[in-house]
Design a protein around this ligand. Structure first.
Ligand code: A2P
Length: 274
């Protein structure tokens, strides 16, 4: 039987039609704090991605050249739109302008998803740890709404470290959305643990998560043994310093960094800002 290529398939591989796919429209914007916001845009029908991947998005620059940055897709793979979670950097070339976008505005999207925070880069395990600081929670917001995450792991732990309690709002709402979600609500019940910590304001868990991993407090609170290569898998997404510190803790526990080409027991990626 002859396979007739659909327009969407042509668009994916055809540089000449790439420009068409590049312009998307903002469908909603939510400002969480004066430093954090999320927004949703239309999704090209041809765009397929794996939970946890990122794409390049941006705005036209003054000289006509687009200003693009890598942003993790925060929405689940089955969502009709794409969601992103961003910091506002006061003089940041992109985020200072992105922070002012409104519904109906155009956003440039380069529809070539990639990244290492994907289930494929981890060898099978029992317990999955997703460790984020700040906007590093974005790729995990996608992974946590993928039924495959709960098919592959018995237990999932999301830790989110932010400066202040209000910075946790996006993650708190995510937890509520997951609990009500028709696809993963039931699968995640009793198996997903949310562990927020704040470093510059007291909260239920005050301090850096790295200290709680090093001291064993995190594992004590969860009622589980400390990390071991046998069953524990770790995904890390935060600032450069955070990633390096958690990487060292993971390696001390005997975990090995994985990639798409060579799956391992932990993976990491920088949370993108700018
Ligand atoms: P801290 O306030 O102690 O620096 P930022 O807003 O600077 O990106 O930081 C987001 C959160 O990540 C803050 O709570 C910050 O804690 C925490 N953080 C930054 N670097 C590290 C690190 N190396 N290890 C653990 N937590 C970190």
């Amino acid at each position: 039987m002859t396979h007739l290529a659909q327009p969407a398939e042509l668009g994916r591989d055809h540089p000449a039609t790439g420009a068409l796919a590049d312009a998307q429209t903002v469908t909603s914007v939510t400002h969480w704090t004066d430093r954090l916001f999320s927004f949703r845009i239309t999704r090209p029908a041809s765009l397929r991605f794996r939970s946890g991947e990122f794409v390049m998005i941006g705005l036209p620059g003054d000289n006509g050249k687009p200003i693009l940055r890598a942003y993790s897709i925060a929405s689940p793979v089955w969502d009709e739109e794409l969601e992103f979670y961003s910091i506002k950097v006061p003089n940041g070339p992109l985020t200072s302008r992105l922070a002012n976008i409104r519904v109906g505005d155009a956003i440039i999207l380069r529809p070539k998803p990639t990244g290492t925070l994907v289930l494929d880069a981890l060898i099978p395990g029992k317990r999955l740890y997703l460790l984020a600081t700040g906007t590093g929670i974005a790729p995990f917001a996608s992974l946590l709404r993928d039924p495959e995450t709960y098919e592959k792991f018995d237990q999932v732990v999301l830790t989110h470290t932010c400066r202040e309690r209000t910075d946790l709002a996006y993650g708190e709402e995510l937890m509520e959305r997951i609990a009500r979600d028709p696809l993963v609500g039931e699968a995640s019940a009793g198996r997903l643990t949310y562990y927020p910590t704040t470093t510059q304001e007291p909260s239920r868990n005050t301090g850096r998560i790295t200290e709680r991993i090093a001291s064993g407090k995190l594992f004590e609170d969860l009622g589980v043994p400390a990390w071991s290569a046998q069953g524990d898998r770790v995904m890390i997404c935060g600032s450069m310093g955070f990633n390096l510190d958690v990487k060292a803790l993971a390696q001390t526990a005997g975990l090995e960094e994985g990639s798409n080409a060579r799956p391992g027991t932990f993976v990491l990626e920088k949370a993108f800002v700018g």
